[in-house]
Design a protein around this ligand. Structure first.
Ligand SMILES: [Zn+2]
Length: 430
């Protein structure tokens, strides 16, 4: 159960800090408005808060994290605008910033004068401001009843005064102790969960940095080939700075995920082998190298241990191709890195979320978890067919549409039906 603590005045800060907040708010509002206009111009009825931001169209000095934050706020505004069937496009009048933990952090205070500090990122990169907060009496009472402070702060300006809103939580009557949350590691986001959250967007900045690092690496490899021929000592291929940057992003994404994990849930992780990681990192356009995916997995396990959360690694084979709705497993169910579209039942979802769902379902799946990677496909095919109503008929009820559109929307090909009961291990030919 959650409750909001509103009207926390930010008047204890010195004026220069508040001026920085004012400057930030002006730019933030401009950008949110621009995103809203952009979404409405592009008829984004169901805006995706994780989608790529139209950075080219809307240049801004806001950091990547602030941009993401503004984008999510704009998505919310546009969605409610459409669902309320309003006619006049929304115009933002008041300064209101819905900040997540990537841009505003609540820190407990060690001094008796204040209860908390808000660390707010500003337009000055790497120069956040710290603003003290003193709880009023009612707020203090609420906090004793709802002792868990959620991440995410809303900042409002009214009549020239700044106010913050906190969200607090207390354990409901029934902790969902049996819930298993599946976690998928890194394709489009660093981690995605089966409860529909994604953390650590591989931001444009990270992608640029990693690309540059890869470029450097290739040059160094060439140089090393030369040096070897001349029998001279070679140079190290590592780029420590880029690596540190990526790891920082990974740590942040994992912490955020664990903070928001439902109370008492267990976690299902992919059992990632080196081979899977190579495959994944290739699909990720080398945005995160295989080594980094391994790092994500290890870091995640470390933090789960640290917080005493139960977890289990499950067989992850074909988790990207299996439909979480009907179980149909087919390579072309996954059209791109981001989209999942089941060719059997038509189920559509974000590909990472679908995979995370599959991983959650495999938490207690002893049969599948005991199998080798190569045997999983056959097992999944048999299970899928057993579920069909007329499984005993000759074709096992599998009349797949004969023509399927390939991604990139240009070629149509005939596809043979998936394997029948009698030939379980057969891969459909494309
Ligand atoms: Zn399906």
């Amino acid at each position: 159960m959650k409750k909001a603590i509103t009207h926390l005045k930010l008047d204890q800060a010195n004026p220069s800090k508040l001026q920085k907040l004012d400057e930030l708010a002006v730019e933030h509002r401009r950008v949110v408005q621009a995103y809203v206009d952009w979404l409405i111009a592009h008829e984004g009825r169901q805006p995706d808060k994780y989608a790529l931001i139209p950075e080219q169209d809307i240049p801004t000095p806001l950091s990547d994290r602030w941009q993401r934050c503004a984008w999510q706020q704009a998505c919310g505004i546009v969605q409610s605008w459409y669902s309320n069937e309003r006619e006049n496009p929304p115009v933002l009048r008041n300064a209101c910033i819905q900040a997540n933990t990537n841009v505003v952090v609540i820190e407990p205070s060690n001094t008796p004068q204040f209860d908390f500090w808000l660390r707010i990122s500003t337009l000055d990169v790497r120069h956040p401001v710290r603003i003290p907060i003193k709880l009023y009496k009612r707020a203090r009472e609420t906090l004793t009843q709802f002792p868990k402070l959620c991440t995410g702060v809303t900042l409002n300006q009214r009549d020239g005064e700044w106010y913050a809103t906190f969200v607090v939580e207390r354990r409901g009557p029934k902790p969902q102790s049996s819930q298993v949350v599946g976690v998928d590691i890194g394709m489009v986001s660093i981690v995605s969960t089966s409860v529909g959250q994604r953390y650590g967007q591989v931001s444009a900045k990270l992608r640029r940095r990693v690309e540059r690092a890869n470029e450097k690496r290739r040059r160094k490899q060439k140089l090393n080939a030369c040096l070897k021929r001349k029998n001279q000592p070679t140079v190290s291929l590592n780029d420590d700075k880029a690596e540190a940057f990526a790891r920082n992003e990974i740590g942040r994404a994992i912490n955020q995920m664990l903070d928001e994990l439902p109370e008492g849930s267990k976690v299902a992780l992919e059992r990632l082998t080196v081979k899977d990681m190579r495959f994944k990192s290739r699909q990720m356009n080398r945005a995160l190298r295989a080594a980094q995916l391994g790092y994500v997995r290890d870091k995640l396990k470390f933090k789960l241990d640290e917080r005493g959360i139960r977890y289990r690694s499950v067989q992850a084979a074909y988790s990207t191709q299996q439909c979480s709705h009907c179980g149909f497993t087919f390579p072309m169910n996954r059209r791109s890195q981001a989209e999942f579209h089941c060719l059997w039942c038509g189920f559509e979802a974000n590909a990472d979320e679908n995979a995370a769902q599959i991983i959650a379902e495999r938490f207690g799946d002893k049969e599948l978890n005991a199998r080798f990677f190569r045997d999983v496909e056959a097992a999944l095919a048999i299970r899928f067919m057993r579920r069909l109503p007329d499984a005993r008929s000759a074709s096992a009820g599998l009349e797949l549409q004969p023509v399927i559109w390939l991604p990139r929307g240009k070629v149509a090909v005939a596809v043979e039906p998936p394997p029948t009961v009698n030939q379980p291990g057969l891969t459909p030919m494309l």
